[in-house]
Ligand binder design. Sequence first.
Ligand SMILES: NC(=O)CC[C@H](N)C(=O)O
Length: 384
Amino acid sequence: MTNRRRPAILVLEDGRIFRGEAYGSIGETFGEAVFTTGMTGYQETLTDPSYHRQVVVQTAPHIGNTGVNTEDDESSRIWVAGYVVRDPARASSNWRATGDLEDRLATEGVVGISGVDTRALTRHLRERGAMRVGISSRDDDPQALLERVRQAPEMTGANLSAEVTTEKPYTVRAEGEHRFTVAALDLGIKRNVARRLAARGVTTHVMPASSTIDDLLAMGADAVFLSPGPGDPATADHPVALAREVMRREIPLFGICFGSQILGRALGFGTYKLGYGHRGANQPVLDRTTGKVEVTSHNHGFAVDAPLNRVIDTDFGGVEVSHVCLNDNVVEGLRAKDVPAFTVQYHPEAAAGPHDADYLFDRFAELIERGGRPGTKLSEDERA
Ligand SMILES: NC(=O)CC[C@H](N)C(=O)O
């Protein structure tokens, strides 16, 4: 437990100030202020690469009570640009805990602030929208910090894939009998994606963001996966061109979150920034293909702009919005009817969050199985 009593300030780009105490590393940091309503899973949140350049506000008031462990990281490090909590646990207690959350934040240089009225801050972001923020435990002059906040880069227009992707390809082997090979374009992948695929007999080759279609096919891929990741999908021109090439060759394609936005753009739709995004572990989503509602994990600030009420004609044939968020009707999934491609905007891999949407990995495995090779199309039934 370090630095608990040193004062810290948080300043939003619109001038609102919150005072609190230093939490984690002493210093100063900037990013986009976003809130997550997840009640559990702070370790998975902190290590999710999609939070790169974002300062995460936890609406759950008590954070750190289960410490940190060696199993729950979703990548090799903490990615959040800053961390805002109300009431940090004074002691960690869990049978899996190997350390204390604040010590880990400090070790990884993550500047945070505690003692903040996170409910007031969340309401502010909900009314005014996600915006830039600065946290400082070094300088207690809010006006000077505000000037620096206003010079920090915005999330709109941010192209961040190169900052989070793997340098070299690596492989996550299928559990049990090997059935299929998937090439996953790493734009900020979470570990649990490859684990959920491995559980279905899929060997996943995780590939750098700059990989070409030939690089992916050289891995012997039966299918392609487009990963989640940080940044503005409007900047993801290379993955969009790659997705178009994958569809042109009718190779089975599945994507999650950023991957869904990329498929959307590849099909000709636009993307836009949501007011304050969806981040949490209890978002209700309707699967329009079955009429079932699932409770899901979300982490997105952008969304695809597509009409909900009809099959849409695209360069790749008919496409429908397969999933919709029941809170606000935001597009949460796309399904192509004439090429083997589908995506969701939320997180079937959960981690953290409920497992309701795990069936999507089965759908992907079935899609691959039906063709087992490039050239697979949906069956007549599914086209209906
Ligand atoms: N988790 C993700 O893939 C996030 C996608 C994108 N960066 C967004 O904020 O909408």
